[in-house]
Design a protein around this ligand. Structure first.
Ligand SMILES: CC(C)(COP(=O)(O)OP(=O)(O)OC[C@H]1O[C@@H](n2cnc3c(N)ncnc32)[C@H](O)[C@@H]1OP(=O)(O)O)[C@@H](O)C(=O)NCCC(=O)NCCS
Length: 171
């Protein structure tokens, strides 16, 4: 494996309207992989129109201050991952985190890099005090990423659905 720092090979930036084609390619290529770990998207999502609407929705939510969407790109501007601050709520100063990494880009620290970026943005841009993550019990890789980034299993069990666990991190 390369000894170059990940940041030299990959970059994380805000999602843009012009990401439609690259995002669609990323989501189609990894559809089966993602569906084996997280909730499946509607079939209509997998089209230029579907991804266009999805991006519009996310960018509107970003303008409204409730969502902060990012993509991870490799050196050839190919999208290899995504990470989001979701449901940003400035009354209790909390947000949820979400991330996904292409199967063939996994295991080299990209989700960890992306989650660290979300933590930094949550602190510095949004002044949040707590982050929350919901993870299926079987998703050992994601739980490892959360643990490495300072999240811990919530003491109270207010998990929204069976088989999911809630992790929190104070900022
Ligand atoms: C989970 C996911 C985000 C991890 O992305 P990633 O870039 O591979 O993550 P990282 O490389 O930063 O770290 C993953 C760690 O988990 C480990 N891991 C992955 N799968 C594992 C498994 N089944 N059992 C044990 N460890 C596992 C990796 O070895 C790595 O640890 P290491 O660095 O000590 O070797 C990625 O697999 C993914 O997108 N999965 C589908 C979508 C998803 O689950 N999103 C999260 C929803 S909560």
């Amino acid at each position: 494996m390369s000894t170059q720092p990940l940041e030299d090979t990959f970059s994380i930036r805000e999602m843009k309207r012009c990401d439609i084609e690259a995002l669609l390619a990323f989501e189609i290529e990894n559809r089966e992989w993602f569906e084996s770990h997280i909730e499946a998207r509607a079939a209509a999502f997998y089209s230029l129109q579907g991804v266009g609407s999805h991006i519009d929705e996310y960018l509107c939510a970003m303008a409204a201050g409730t969502w902060h969407p990012f993509v991870i790109e490799d050196h050839s501007a190919r999208i290899v991952g995504r990470a989001n601050l979701k449901n940003i709520n400035t009354a209790p100063n909390t947000a949820e985190v979400g991330y996904r990494v292409a199967r063939n880009a996994g295991g080299q620290g990209l989700a960890t890099l992306a989650l660290r970026h979300l933590i930094q943005q949550a602190r510095e841009r949004w002044r949040l005090t707590q982050l929350i993550a919901f993870v299926y019990t079987a998703n050992v890789g994601s739980a490892k990423v959360l643990d490495r980034c300072g999240f811990s299993l919530a003491a109270s069990d207010e998990s929204p659905s069976c088989g999911e666990r809630r992790f929190i991190r104070s900022l």
